[in-house]
Design a protein around this ligand. Sequence first.
Ligand code: NAD
Ligand code: TYD
Length: 342
Amino acid sequence: MRERVLVTGGMGFIGSNFVRYMHDQHPEVQIINLDKLTYAGNPANLADLADRHRFVRGDVADPTVVDPLVRECDAIVHFAAETHVDRSIAYAGEFVQTDVYGTFILLEAARKYGIKRFVHVSTDEVYGEAVGRPSLEGDALMPKSPYAASKAGADRLAYSYYTTYGIPVVISRCVNNYGPYQYPEKLIPLFVTNALEGKKLPVYGHGRNTRDWIHVEDHCSALDALLQDDDNAGEVFNVGAGQEKSVLDITNIILKVLGKNDSLIEHIADRPGHVARHAVDSTKLTRTYGWKPRYDFEESMRRTIQWYVDHPEWWQPIKSGEFRRYYDEQYGDRSVRNTIQR
Ligand code: NAD
Ligand code: TYD
């Protein structure tokens, strides 16, 4: 059992769900949540636990912040990252800085202070296209966006700290998550909230690109299994739910649950380097830990959509702020271009 865990990026979507999951499942574990509060970090995600875990505002790429925190902890679960593919097409430098360099700073601290487990939260995006079958842990990494490439760099850097220095790193590569508190730049919360606002649902290209979708708590339970194991250093584990859906499938579910018309759908210029299919084979995770996704896709999608319906006080302030500028840049002149140039 880990006693004190440093969670990075714990004010984001998955990180905040993970802090809540840990609080429910292992109330005795002390959590330190290090988060820079970028546009995607939101203290409202953990308002209910504000007094019950320690939050430190700071940058994972800053060793003066990271070192003393790592020194206090026996394990790290590293979520902090720039995460949106479309933003990475416009602002790749921030992705290299946080996702690669920030991971380096954390790994260096882990090396200095003898961390017992470093769970590196990677992503299935590092594989690039899943061609012919879902990706396996040993497949080549062929990332197609600056986001995916930055995550691939971090993933392999973390592995190198295991092979070179013996740091007990374990790496997860999970598929697309859905659930409450997801920043509304990502497909599901964007389309649900746009539909609620009577706005168009901007489908990139033909909309037949597929992703495997997993409920965020199933991702959290997989990470918890990796965190608690003392014998998985140097290993990579895929995390998937076997729920491959196209963008149009997801869009139609959202429209149906909300009772809206498909006239809201608008096909716009495609994303450059758009990956046609992401999917992973998570047999290794299931065989090793008996882990299985518990959340039924149809039911938990319906509940997730309902969560956004029930919580306009969470997403409306986000969509009225910096988000508007982002949205205009990203989607404004969409018939002509779909990327932001700097
Ligand atoms: P998110 O964008 O919602 O949250 C990222 C969090 O990291 C934010 O709270 C942000 O403030 C924080 N952060 C960013 N830069 C930081 C820095 N330099 N220092 C400290 N904190 C910083 O992201 P998410 O969707 O919750 O993803 C979390 C992790 O899971 C990422 O590493 C991502 O690559 C990985 N992942 C995400 C998915 C998905 O579907 N969302 C799937 C697989 C893996
Ligand atoms: P996204 O939520 O950005 O996650 P990722 O790119 O990491 O998989 O996108 C999921 C899918 O939805 C992807 O195929 C791109 C598509 N998409 C759209 O068609 N329109 C949109 O406005 C967004 C944000 C995504």
